[in-house]
Design a protein around this ligand. Structure first.
Ligand code: SAM
Length: 258
């Protein structure tokens, strides 16, 4: 994943210099367990975007970049998180490896989409998905919709409200595949997130979670999740060696039959 700063929303020139930010840069030693987000900007690969900044995000396996508005005024999800790159790279690699069969005809749902980067990139790279629904809380809806339109994906990607732990709206398709990137960070949200995963899944649903290791806090989430799900670390990803060094992980979760 590489990010190119473009411009402010109101001032988009034809082209601008490219700023390359390859890799999954991080420094785990500086993360505050009590307030991981307060410090995350210290370890990001790019300075936090200013209000309304638009950039281009390139991925090795995508022909054209994702255009992305970032805006932190609606919450922490309004910027790019590194675990998103892990998720997108794997999805696109797997789709290529399987000659497009991996997500063919699948109903894909993203939880805690933030900017929508993961869902947009996967929809763009995997044109044969059946549906792609990106979800988050109300304050993120405007940004997600803006990013769908920026990428001309209005006919293929839908943004919907899905608040973890709350009843799931009937207009959200039952997913075959759930994506959740960097959604494990806030202890109060662990049980609501697990409840939502339980409500959305059956034993055939593939739930992919990419996340940054945040010491004991993550461990507690996965202890809770293991009561309902089998957790399988994705080891086939060719980029795994690189991102694990940077404290990032990718798991496949499968619901236990009870
Ligand atoms: C660290 S951000 C990750 C954003 C995005 N997935 C990414 O990787 O770039 C966590 C996201 O989870 C969302 N989130 C937090 N609590 C939530 C809840 N209770 N229901 C739905 N989304 C929530 C936030 O709004 C935010 O967009």
């Amino acid at each position: 994943m590489a990010y190119t700063s473009l411009a402010q929303v109101d001032d988009l020139p034809e082209s601008l210099p490219v700023l390359r930010l390859d890799g999954y840069d991080s420094d785990l030693s500086s993360i505050d367990e009590q307030d991981p987000f307060g410090r995350m900007t210290l370890v990001e690969t790019a300075p936090p975007p200013e209000y309304g900044a638009i950039g281009k995000v390139t991925f090795e396996l995508l022909d054209t970049p994702i255009e992305l508005a970032q805006d932190l005024s609606g919450g922490c999800g309004g910027k790019i998180w590194e675990a998103a790159g892990v998720m997108v790279d794997y999805m696109l690699w797997k789709q290529e490896q399987t000659q497009g069969l991996f997500l063919q005809g699948k109903k894909v749902l993203e939880l805690g989409s933030g900017t929508g980067l993961v869902g947009l990139a996967v929809a763009k790279g995997c044109a044969n998905v059946d549906t792609m629904v990106i979800t988050d809380q109300i304050p993120m809806m405007h940004l997600m919709s803006q990013n769908i339109t920026l990428n001309k994906l209005d006919d293929r990607v839908q943004a919907k409200i899905l608040d973890w732990g709350a009843p799931i709206s009937s207009d959200i398709p039952v997913p075959d595949v759930i994506l959740a990137s960097d959604c494990v960070y806030l202890e109060v949200a662990y049980q609501p997130l697990i409840d939502t995963l339980v409500a959305l899944s059956n034993k055939d649903t593939d739930i992919y979670m990419s996340y940054r290791k945040r010491r004991r806090a993550n461990k507690r989430f996965f202890q809770m999740a293991r009561k309902k799900f089998h957790l399988i670390e994705v080891t086939e990803d060719p980029k795994r060696e690189q991102y694990t060094k940077d404290g990032l992980r990718l798991y496949l979760m499968k619901k236990k039959s009870q």
